[in-house]
Every structure is written in C-alpha cells, then in structure tokens.
Design a protein around this ligand. Structure first.
Ligand SMILES: *Cc1c(COP(=O)(O)O)cnc(C)c1O
Length: 364
C-alpha cells in the first residue's frame, strides 16, 4: 500500500458517541449524550416544518438572520459571530486555521475528546495539562505552554466533569498566555450557568480569547448540527476563509434562529435542569455516592473502583437506563449521567441504588 494519510490521522481514535439502544429492551431512557430531555422550543420545530417547502433553494452563505438573532440575544456584533455544523466544526476550523505540523494544541486532562481529534486532523500535536480535583488548573496550563503552543481549549463548564473555573481564573490565564496563543472557551454548557456570559466580557476586553457555543445542548437541537463562535474580528475573518459556503442547511438555520429567539423556553429548561440536578445530587449523597458539584446538565458519580462503575453501567442497561462510561476521559471509576426529565432521573437513581444494594449485601 503506497497511499498514506497525512501524519497524525492514524493516531485518531474514533469518537465514541453515547449509546441510544439496548438489545432487547424497548423502554429506554437515554442519559448518555447530555441532550435536553424537553427537546427544542416548539417554535424551532414549527420553523423546521415550514422550511420543508423550500428545500430546492440553496441556503444562505452568510447566515445573516441567525447571526443577527444570536447578536440580539447576547448583545454581540453579528460580524464577530461565525456559525458552524455544531461547535465541533468551529473547533476544527480553529485547529486547521491556527495549528499545523510542529504546533501544539493544549487542553486539560479530562477535556472534551474533539480537541485531540481536531488537533491531530490538522497535523498538530495534542498536549494535555493536568487538572486538580477534576478541575482545570490555570498554573498547570501555563506551565504546559511552550513556544510551539498555538491554541488552548477549556470547556467551561467542562464535559465530562461538570466543573468550571472562575472568571478571574480565565482572565489570569488569558493575561499570562504567550502572545501567539489563542484561548478558546468552549461554552457548550454556558447556558446552564445562571448569570454567566460564557466569557463575552473577557473576550471583548482582549484580542486572544474566543468562544464556541452550541444549539445541541440546552437548545435541544443536537440532531440539526448547529454551533457558533464569537471572538475578535480578525479571528472570525480567518475562520470564514476555511468555512464551506453552504456549511449549514436552510432548515438548520431557520430552526436555530427560532430557538434562539425563544429565550423564555431556554429559561424554563435552565430552571428545570437546576431543580432536577439538585434533586439528583441529593439522591447521590443519600445513597453514598460522591459527585463534584456540577454546573452543567449532567453529574459525574464516582464509584469505589472501575469494576464498580462498569458493573453499575451494565446493570443499568438491564433496566433500560443508558449512561456514559468515561474511561476514555481518564475517569474509569466514574459514570456520566445526563440530567433527564423527572422520570428519567428517578429511574437512574433507583437503578444505581439497587445496584449498590446488591453489591453491599454481598460478603466482601
Ligand atoms: C456537546 C459538546 C460540544 C457540542 O458539540 P456540537 O458539535 O455543537 O454538537 C462541544 N463541546 C463540549 C465540551 C461538549 O460537551
């Protein structure tokens, strides 16, 4: 064989998505992909149905209407916004545009899988900075920077840990990074944090910070694949050069715009998540399972061992409850459990409680 891919490509392990089906079980609750159990705003679904009559027309190449809606809601200049096929595409634009062979892309120990995948796809070298107590550590990130570092990715809150760092910490990081490094704040879960602007004010005061956002989580539109980025104009101008002219379909554009304009719906989803996350956290405490406080729409219960986490995952499947194993994130003794609707949350807790009861009643 003399046909070889570019260096780095064969180092990519395929992304493992959350499972959605269990062989032989029909009544399944999927708590494995951090989806919004309430689905999208009904206005988004209406807009999507209407768009079905216009499928012969090419979509907008500039995404003006969606960028304007995002700008209105977040008080951002639409010129400083770029839309992509999920925030995954924005992450990949950033890597292709700013990192190549010989460059380093930095992220943290339990950081999101796409940073490594996109860095390798661009031919760059992924570098991992240690975390402290499953939380990004600004000093460790600064220590891990070299003259080759070009991008630093931090999800805030992070997936799969649910932890986040303060605005002061982000500012300290941004202000102490080497001049050639762009800090990317991945705000996939920013909407779940009451009063958090995703880093907008930090971005507006600097030239080296960028944010990515998504319609896949609180907006409930993971199936449509829409994300966006916001940052300094010169960075946006670079990314637009590698963005495909028709990267987003017209149904995706109009549904995302309608979803963005329905902030009352998003506020309800946020408060429902807060309520059920608090309930789940209390239940985990009650059954003797430790969890870090989460700022997102999932919790990360920690078990005594990898074997316990694996056993619990397998047992939950028999009860139709699908959660996420996170061994690939360096957390083999944990499971990530999305905050579902009330019934889904209760099924997960009851299942984990039953598993533990079975384990603890066995002689050691
Ligand atoms: C889910 C998630 C994304 C979103 O990906 P999309 O491509 O927008 O669906 C991005 N970053 C993190 C940390 C996530 O958990």
């Amino acid at each position: 064989m003399t046909i070889y891919p570019q260096p780095g490509i064969m180092d990519i392990s395929l992304y493992q998505g959350g499972a959605g089906h269990i062989e032989g079980v029909s009544d399944v609750v999927k708590l494995s992909s951090n989806e919004n159990p309430l689905g999208p705003s009904p206005r988004a679904s209406d807009a999507l149905r209407q768009a079905a009559g216009m499928l012969h027309l090419y979509p907008s190449t500039t995404h003006d209407d969606l960028r304007t809606a995002i700008g209105n809601v977040h008080e951002m200049d639409p010129e400083q916004i770029i839309c992509g096929v999920g925030s995954d595409e924005i992450i990949s634009f950033l890597c292709y545009a700013f990192a190549g062979p010989g460059d380093e892309v930095l992220y943290t120990e339990h950081g999101f899988a796409m940073y490594r995948i996109s860095a390798l796809a661009a031919g760059a070298t992924p570098v991992v900075a240690p975390e402290t107590d499953r939380t990004a550590d600004v000093d460790a990130i600064l220590d891990a920077c070299t003259s080759a570092t070009r991008l630093v990715f931090i999800a805030n809150p992070n997936n799969p840990t649910g932890t986040m760092i303060s605005e002061e910490d982000i500012e300290r990081l941004a202000d102490n990074l080497p001049d050639e490094v762009l800090l990317v704040l991945d705000g996939a879960y920013a909407e779940y944090v009451e009063g958090y602007d995703g880093g907008k004010s930090i971005i507006d005061a600097r030239e080296n910070v960028f944010m990515t956002r998504t319609f896949s989580k609180i907006y409930g539109l993971g199936g449509l694949r829409v994300g966006w980025g916001y940052g300094p104009q010169n960075i946006i101008d670079v990314l637009n050069r590698i963005r495909g002219p028709f990267n987003l379909s017209s149904p995706a554009l109009v549904a995302a715009e309608a979803a963005m304009r329905d902030q009352a719906y998003i506020a309800r989803c946020r408060s429902e998540n807060l309520r059920l996350r608090a309930m789940m956290s209390e239940e985990f405490a009650r059954i003797g399972i430790v969890c870090d406080p989460s700022f997102a729409n999932f919790l990360l219960p920690r078990f005594d061992s990898e074997e316990m986490a694996e056993g619990c995952d397998a047992y939950l499947k028999t009860r139709g409850v699908i959660v996420r194993k996170v061994g690939g994130y360096g957390l083999p003794h944990c499971l990530r459990v999305t905050i579902g609707d009330e019934l889904g949350c209760k099924r997960a807790i009851r299942g984990i409680e039953a598993y533990l009861a079975g384990k603890r009643s066995l002689p050691a």
